[in-house]
Design a protein around this ligand. Sequence first.
Ligand code: DAH
Length: 388
Amino acid sequence: MAYTVPKLKDFSPAALDKAVAEFLSALDTESVGVQIESERKVFRDRWQGRKNGLLTQVNDLWLKTAPTDAKRDVGQRVNVLKSRVAETIEKLRPSVSATAVVKGLSLRTEVGQPTAYGDSSLDISLPGIRRPIGAEHPIIRTMNEIIGVFRNLGYSIAEGPVIETDYYNFESLNFPPNHPARDTQDTLFLANQESKPPRERLLLRTHTSPVQIRTMEKLKPPLRILIPGRVHRNDPPDASHSPMFHQVEGLAVDTNITFGDLKGTLDHAMKALFGSDVKTSFRPSFFPFTEPSAEVFVSCFICGGSGKRGADDAPCRPCKQAGWIEILGCGMVDPNVFEFVKRNGYDPEKVSGFAFGMGVDRIAMLKYGLDDLQLFFQGDVRFLEQFG
Ligand code: DAH
């Protein structure tokens, strides 16, 4: 059982000495288990932590509650405990300074023996500890690839908050209150927001689109931005769903931007991401904040669009034998959206623009041939190190 500071009822010198002895014995016992720097920090926080460290508790439970005539006795003992804790923590400090290394050299004959400058032994003939260098997470890597493609087209990056208001996540994107389009985005709302006006209520953003409005409030047109970020929806985790996932959003606004610009930009981007052989297909769709709207499919880069694989014509799984894979949603910015930022130069009579949004996790799964989305979020090094 880990040591806890007891409440004291008896403040006699004998009772105090017993409590002090127990404290010091626990201090010694626990310090033996401390080997590495991270353990030393945990140890330090447990004993010396300002907020709830054991010394602080001693102060609160013993010194503050002591009857006046016992305060002096308790105070002296608490001072002893303080310096003993400080000493113990200081002794655990790793001491591989230049002099220690030199000492280690001269102590070479006593390999494995405790040396004069600390509890641990130092054998400089042993190989060093290899600290593995981390690797970029496959989702971040995919995000960076997408960003790279658009950066080459002159886009800059914008970011926004993950905790968002109803106004930015829905209302200013032309989802009126109670509009059924909101149901397509299973939203996680923050608790206890009822006292606020509806548009100020907080939620976890369900898409990166709110950053479109946030950016247009700050920057005047013309504008070309890319918005990478984390989003949340109330979806239980399974092989293709996660309550947290990633999107990259794009927005271009200028005078005379047309659907042709949108098609050309995205066709180029899909070829840059999936290979110059892929074809793109734009199919009509609906999003409240774009009009007209489309979904973009790329020809399956696994089966080449045939829907079949290998000599025996096995069904192609990634495209479900359709030969096409859905990658993103897009469209021309709805004039109703510009109305919300009209005063910052976005008069829908004068400017036009296109927007698009894609799911990064799904793209990463397709690129790396994974069939389980959860692998990205489990932190299993056997999976992650394959991307090193
Ligand atoms: N926000 C949409 C979603 O999460 C994706 C999207 C569709 C973004 C069309 C756009 C767009 O910018 O124009 O489902």
